[in-house]
Design a protein around this ligand. Structure first.
Ligand code: IMP
Length: 192
């Protein structure tokens, strides 16, 4: 069986990818390969950050692998928070503070359009392949919902009148940026 390392230890991400890729591939996390390094995301684009992770693992372990990077792009803020989505308000992963900052910056702003974007960099047999996924939507004036994570309570996808945080995980994964990028990765892997 072919092995494929996902450069993450995020259990939710691993579960989502494992569910989508065909049974012929054994998905491994960073923990599974004994990698406890802190791989710094120093890029200025999602592609660069995804690529930093996949190249790090490939060069150190010589295994097929992929890395991902995602974030929220708000048009009225010139694409912010973008690659800084996780640490927009300063502290890494403080989702409440990050949302407060977005809502504050958008006070009185009528253009609420935004999108979530994911880029995956796969290194397969020594060659790099990119897969991306986006979901368009708008930023609400207030939070709604208790599901999901990150900016989910303030993001309403186009075609819905609820936020990502109001959806079940299955409902969100079916239309999400990450779900779409993972679909493309799965299609590529299924062709082997
Ligand atoms: P990551 O690259 O997938 O770890 O995402 C980086 C940051 O983007 C997260 O910490 C969140 O702030 C934001 N983000 C990415 N995907 C989502 C999502 O599906 N919902 C809400 N926020 C997200």
């Amino acid at each position: 069986m072919q092995q494929l390392v996902f450069a993450t230890n995020n259990a939710h991400k691993l579960e989502e990818v494992a569910a989508k890729i065909a049974g012929e591939i054994e998905l491994l996390s960073l923990n599974d390969i004994g990698c406890h390094d802190d791989i710094e995301e120093t890029g200025t684009t999602f592609s660069e950050n995804a690529s930093i992770k996949s190249h790090y693992i490939y060069h150190k372990y010589h295994l097929n692998c992929f890395g991902d990077d995602s974030g929220l792009e708000i048009d009225a803020l010139n694409g912010e928070p973008g690659v800084y989505s996780a640490r927009y308000a300063g502290e890494h992963g403080n989702h409440a503070a990050n949302m407060d900052k977005v809502l504050e910056k958008l006070k009185g702003v009528t253009n609420r359009s935004a999108r979530f974007r994911t880029v995956i960099s796969l290194i397969w047999d020594g060659e790099e392949h990119f897969f991306d996924g986006t979901v368009e939507g708008t930023i609400r004036n207030e939070r709604s919902g208790s599901g999901g994570f990150g900016y989910d309570p303030i993001f309403e996808p186009v075609g819905y009148d609820i936020t990502f945080a109001d959806m079940s995980m299955e409902e969100k994964n079916a239309i999400s940026h990450r779900g779409r990028a993972v679909e493309k990765l799965a299609e590529f892997l299924a062709s082997f």
